[in-house]
Design a protein around this ligand. Structure first.
Ligand code: GLN
Length: 536
């Protein structure tokens, strides 16, 4: 059966929540019983975002199969609660790399390779893989950037062609735009929306629905105007005022009738009636006043909150499940080195050191771990956060003054975190880390085992360095517990301190598996310890 395709394009400006909107619409369809998959098409030329700085791109989100993807895939997985795979994120870089390697192999038999049809065909082939691999009935496709970007043109052209190939009745175009507010006249303006729809039409695509994002309430008259000027059904002009509660977006779209409209226009029949009970409860819970717990997040990219998107969400999910409100204080680790920002660390009920690469700010993170250990503040270390916790322990508890990870000091006399043998010969930076799901056996009687209440778990990884097994014994004797180990016993997956309420570090990234209704056990463990410590 041909799947139904819903395409999301952006107009006017980016960063207005196109990814969240696409994810929320995926939820509307899942609630109606359809198998949904989502694919993000990123027009940049990098093969994947794995090599990009979080300042450029925000967080790199990792999937089960180890694909390093755009952070929007995090929204999709959290909202729709599906596990996506490598085919769900394509970039211009991947498309060109494939076409060029085909050309070198001689596949095109002397033909001239062009954007149309070769690049557009490869884009369409990759779009087709989603339905094939996932057996989805509805495939949601989000094009990164905004209409008018040079890089996105081949993608839009591919969608235009696809609409004819799979049949218009099987496709639906949603255009997400922004209504600017003019303070001098106190009004919202639709002109940029009209222009972006005109730009879309000039490449042969007419939107079927316009989602008009705004920071202010949108009057009905404005929707009429958008419907008229943009040639869209009045029912299909959906005003979306910015919501303080992220997980309210599906409910708002449902109330606006988007789910029913889509089902009707795509000729689908809902399999079940949506049950929004749990979502409503979740949103009500978010809105309720709750006791506040301060969480200090000691990182390197704190100026850009998107760099730690999944960590922030995982903290919120865990807090909510315990009836708490988390207030995250973003602390720049290099500030701590200069004696700044400590007030946030010292007033926090919990400390998190998230993942990271490179040496800037490392000593500040080590100092934060030392503070957490000595003052018995609940601490969760995520990947690099686990590594700095071990370095700190080696320096201060074991007295190995220059202990370090060889990532930061290759000549340290105590390389407690070191490269695995397989990683030593690797020179390529892209896609060469330990990536994706790996099993972790929990050691009975530990805090990690209690938090999970399971014997073995699979968690998502993204790192090159590991705990150096030569130090396992001395660490153990001094009070470090290796509470999660790979099934072959060779890799430390979780480390925790014995005489501490909750000082736990994981070599993997638990934040990628936290869901609004299924908070991650290690984050719940952290927030529980913080709750007990603050006697809430
Ligand atoms: N830089 C460290 C490593 O490669 C940690 C990576 C991370 O935190 N994701 O092992």
């Amino acid at each position: 059966m041909t799947p139904k395709y819903i395409f999301f394009t952006g107009g006017v400006v980016s960063s207005v929540g196109k990814g969240v909107t696409a994810a929320a619409i995926g939820r509307l369809l899942k609630e109606r019983g359809f198998a949904v998959a989502v694919q993000k098409l990123d027009p940049y030329i990098n093969v994947d975002p794995g090599t990009m700085s979080p300042y450029q791109h925000g967080e790199v989100y990792v999937l089960d199969d180890g694909a390093e993807t755009d952070l929007d895939l995090g929204h999709y997985e959290r909202f729709i609660d599906v596990s996506l795979s490598r085919v769900c994120n394509i970039t211009t870089g991947q498309v060109y790399a494939e076409v060029i390697s085909n050309e070198r192999r001689g596949d095109y038999l002397g033909g001239t390779i062009q954007v149309i049809p070769h690049i557009t065909n490869e884009i369409k082939r990759r779009i087709g893989l989603v339905a094939k691999e996932t057996a989805a009935e509805v495939v949601i496709l989000e094009i990164g950037g905004t209409v008018g970007d040079i890089e996105s043109q081949p993608f839009l052209e591919a969608l235009r062609q696809l609409r004819n190939e799979v049949g218009r009745e099987n496709t639906f175009f949603v255009h997400v735009t922004w209504l600017p507010f003019i303070s001098a006249t106190q009004e919202l303006k639709t002109k940029p929306t009209q222009h972006s729809v005109a730009a879309l039409r000039s490449i042969g695509i007419s939107p079927n629905m316009i989602i008009a994002r705004s920071d202010y309430p949108v009057e009905d008259g404005l929707c009429d105007k958008i419907a008229l000027f943009c040639d869209v059904d009045k029912r299909a002009v959906v005003p979306m005022v910015t919501s303080q509660v992220l997980y309210e977006v599906p409910l708002l779209l449902e109330e606006a009738g988007v789910g029913d409209y889509l089902v009707e226009r795509l000729g689908l029949k809902a399999i079940v009636k949506p049950d929004w009970g749990p979502w409503r409860q979740l949103v009500e819970e978010v809105r309720k006043p709750k006791p506040m717990v301060k969480v200090a997040l000691v990182g390197k990219y704190v100026e850009l909150k998107d760099a730690y998107m999944s960590v922030r969400e995982a903290v919120n999910h865990a807090a909510l499940s315990l009836g708490l409100q988390a207030e995250i204080h973003w602390v720049l680790s290099s500030d701590l080195e200069k004696g700044k920002g400590w007030e946030h660390v010292k007033s926090a009920g919990a400390i998190i050191v998230p993942g990271g690469f490179g040496s800037r700010g490392i000593e500040g993170k080590i100092q934060a771990a030392k503070y957490a250990r000595e003052d018995k503040v609940p601490y969760l270390g995520l990947c690099l956060g686990m590594q700095v916790m071990c370095v700190e322990f080696a320096r201060d508890v074991l007295g190995y003054e220059d202990a370090n990870s060889t990532e930061f000091d290759p000549s340290t006399s105590h390389p407690v975190i070191d490269l695995m043998l397989e990683q030593r010969a690797i020179t390529d930076m892209g896609g060469t880390m330990r990536l994706g799901l790996y099993p972790c056996v929990l050691q009975p009687g530990t805090k990690a085992a209690a938090a999970y209440a399971e014997k073995q778990v699979d968690e998502r990884h993204r790192h090159r360095w590991e705990f150096n097994n030569a130090y396992r014994e001395v660490f153990k004797q001094a009070g470090m517990v290796f509470s999660g180990i790979s099934p072959d016993g060779l890799l430390v997956e979780i480390a925790e301190l014995k005489n501490h309420p909750y000082m736990v570090g994981s070599q993997f990234h638990p934040e990628f598996l936290s869901r609004p209704m299924r908070p991650h056990p290690l984050f719940v463990g952290l927030m529980k310890a913080a709750k007990e410590r603050s006697k809430i």
